[in-house]
Design a protein around this ligand. Sequence first.
Ligand SMILES: *Cc1c(COP(=O)(O)O)cnc(C)c1O
Length: 410
Amino acid sequence: MQQKKTSAELLAIAKKHLYSNYKPAPIVLARGQGSSLFDVEGRRFLDFAAGVAVCSLGHAHPKLASAIAEQAGRLMHASNYFFNEENILLADELCERTGLSRALFCNSGTEANEAMFKLVRRHFYAKGDKRSRIIAFHNSFHGRTMGALAMTGTPKYREGFGRIEGITHVTYGDLDAVAAEMKDDVAAVIVEAVQGEGGAIPAPPGFLEGLRALCNHHGALLVFDEVQTGMGRLGRWFGYQRSESFAGVRPDAISLAKGLGGGFPIGAMLTTEELAAALPPGTHGSTFGGNPLACVAARTVLRVIEEENIVAAVKRKGQLLSTMLAEVARDLPTVCEGERGEGLLRALILKQGFVARDILPKLVEAGVLVLAGGERGLRMAPPLIVTEAELEEGVTIVRNVLATLAARST
Ligand SMILES: *Cc1c(COP(=O)(O)O)cnc(C)c1O
């Protein structure tokens, strides 16, 4: 048998042969269990990143792992030129959960948003209506393919890739700014219920309702990017919901990915019946989209979230995390400004002058994996199954690391 390579050996190969479009922390992960990850030498890290809000059931969840293994032994892929059972049943279950009526499957968040971009434009095209402008928000994140990227509200991500016409960015939370741009050429507004990558920034009260009213008034569509906020992350099933029921702001379409497959790649766009004919055969597709392996993963995630009452628990644990982070911010006022977020998508906000990205390596070294959110947000999106004890353990590590910075800055 070949000798297992060490972290140092693997990192040397990575440095030589991995494309450097990311700057990963210098650890090589090999295994996970619940909210813990282990590197190739067996060193443990507490996971407050969950693969960027993806691994909702934690790592190596036995029900998810066995569902995927069993499906792999039955049927992995067959294409969309034939129906498959898992795909049909997942569409049914997601429509039942959302009150929407059509599901289109793909493989990632950017693909789901790319589909939504094409959906809203082609909907009006098919009606002979010339409107095509899309209003999106500064500081938003919608993905890296050209349509999704054009809607993304961070200019430096778009730089150098050419322009896609007809997208207007306005300030998140500012209804007057949206109203000022709401002319008869607007096809849709795309919004996140909480800006995730932007730094766990919740929509201000009344903002989403106001968008709905403006869109109704001007005949535009309102679509939600629920890639990060969906599937229970906020302590409710989806961000557009304001309560346990479907009540809330009715979307014309939503995009899902990240937590949908619990770690297995899958994306989805869900639409109302009114939009069912906007993308007829030949206008959009995906070879891998909706394959039975990905769909069985998503169906298992849905079932486990339901069976184990995970959404209500997220709400409770989110409040606990919020309280603990607020205490850290209060105790370390030279480093922290406060905390924000909803459910288990939260950020500890650093003082002006600190850069979240620069602090992440210190946190990794101390044993907790955290994300950046915006320039100054330490974003935390642990698995939805994280325990209260693990939340305390992680926040304590963060507190200790930040305390050393506080000591240095005084
Ligand atoms: C991560 C993310 C995306 C992009 O998803 P990918 O699967 O990386 O393509 C899009 N929108 C939001 C809100 C996200 O958080």
